[in-house]
Design a protein around this ligand. Sequence first.
Ligand code: SF4
Length: 726
Amino acid sequence: MLFGRNQKKPITLPEKKVEEWVYTTCGYCSTGCAIEVGVDSEGRGITARGVADADVNRGKLCIKGIFEYELFNTPGRGTAPLMRERRFDDFKEASWDDALDKTAAEFKRIQEKYGPDSVAIVSTGQLITEEFYTLGKLARGCIGTNNYDGNTTLCMASAVSGYKRSFGSDGPPGCYDDFSHTDCLIAFGSNLPEQHPVIYWRMREAREKRNFPLIVVDPRVTMLAQFADIHLAITPGTDVVLLNALAHVILAEGLEDRAYIETSTSGFAEFEALVAQYDPVTAAKICGIDEDTIRNVARLYAKANQAMSIWTMGINQSTHGSDGVVGINSLNLITGNIGKPGGTSLSITGQCNAMGTREWSSCSGLPGYRVLENPEHRQEVADFWGIDPEFFPKQRGMAQTDIFPAIETGQIKALWLVATNPMTSMPNTARIRKTLERLEFMVVQDAYADVESNEYAHVYLPAGLWAEKEGVMTNTERRVNLIKNVCPPPGEAKADLWIFNQLAKRFDNGKLINFPESASDVFDEMRELSKGRFLDISGMSHEKIEQSRGLQWPMGETAEEDSARLYSDGKFNHADGKAKLIPLPYIENNECPDDDYPFWLNSGRVVEHFHTRTRTGKVGNQNKFSPTPYMEMNPDAARELGIEHMSYARLTSRRGDAVVLVQLTQRVPYNMVFVPFHFHECVNRVSLGLLDPHSRQPAFKQSAVRIESVEQQAAAAVTNRAARSF
Ligand code: SF4
């Protein structure tokens, strides 16, 4: 009898009959993995593999990327435009002409009656960059509303704001290759193995070779924290205190890079005076990290030859989000760790093309990192598009998180949602529901007709998704990569670019502005507009991008190579060429636990799902591994409340309540619970989402709840109903 290895029978996979492999880029997270989709003789995407010679992922994919091709056959897709006169009537199928005529006519009627800014547009981080640029042309150049923003306000606005305040411009300065050069890494509120699995793999591979210390700052013992050398289980919302204390130790012990501070920064005296107040003993009482650990981490970071910081939503989704980013930048500036291999401050972006929308969508300004407040920028873009610069507003309008309250107050009467789903993604679901019901007219443009927000729409426009379209996306490390068309959208659904172009024809300026039909022609316009700008892409083309498996901006017309890092010369984008060291006084402004609501509510992602599960909720393997919402709760706290493992509990806040399955685990401290944010009618029924004053990003991760056991049968019915809604 054979034992062990000799008895093993190799698994044989059924032959898939791939006729062609089509190069594309993953459309989920911002890692930017290059994928080849296997297409059969009938043109169907039937399998996928990572691209071996792509620098980002080197052949690897995570569970979402591996099964992304299944999206082409998922249920719930919109296959024809839909219209209805009154909300909650049955939708009726319509022709594209009727749906677009109705949309344009309603926008014009409402703008005429209530003013141009009474129409709002909320877009996404998931379109292709050429589509973002075209939507910007339509919104800024044709429709003419100033209330146009992206859902990236929910995930990356604090990073954008912090980069601009510190360095004078948006744009992550580092790259994944920095993991291979660093001597010390701090990850702030970033759970790479679940959020960005392939970046995690790059980091782990580099750490196996160089054995650099990994320090994780997170209130929860995340998967990344479990692999850390030092885990700082920080009190929620107090990152700024910790960062000030780290700077305090570095300056007090003379560990700073004095030469770099003098040549490349401004504001040092004010910064030094502020951090002098944050000695580790005082800071420890606020941020919950003991004073010796603060000193130890500060010394490790400052003494490393190269040190780098990464962060994700744990920093951004806070009332101090922008300040947290500025604090991380300052930590790197005072230690001379910007723009050198292994020394950087790198925001790990969320959505696949959150960077593309920041660069080209005109959401917060004009294309190519131009701003509405600058008359030269308005003139340049107006000349390029062939319209009067007076058509542009002279300052930025509302952020997404201000648009919804403006609907409540009656300032905004019409809303166009493009590939975003606020009924699940925004805090305080009950309030969002009432808000959407107040609109005179609402349009949803999405690949899925069953997206929750579509319940409130008057017109639904069915769009293509991912590789049903083509164009480029920019990843976390400024790498522009290509999506090639694998198959057409189903039924009458159309690429977003086509929809924007057709709608533009229905506005006066749409006859003046050129709206190219192909993505490569749109890319040529973007190249032209980027010449000489910080994010210059004039040296790129779709062909070159594919050949190189992605290129990092800036890459000017005459450049022989792309750029791995920014600010390597110590010159920044503020007028004096220096980076700013900004003092950050800490003011407690969260909804903290109290006697009535004694638990912190924390939320985040699981590896199987993406955002509101509009897509991953339809993919078999994703659902098999993560089918229902759940809540992580500390066993000691649960025992006191009589709550058992795998029972149901109700979590209640000042906004509402939700019933969830309890998973007892020491991953969360005694006074905290954690719930994944992907599920409809779950954590955002109770979340608060106070806004960061600089970025307008909501503090999803800090609010207060109470927990109680519920009668099990009733709870199961609630959960089953929620699960069936997908
Ligand atoms: Fe896609 Fe991100 Fe997974 Fe890569 S890590 S396959 S980009 S979801």
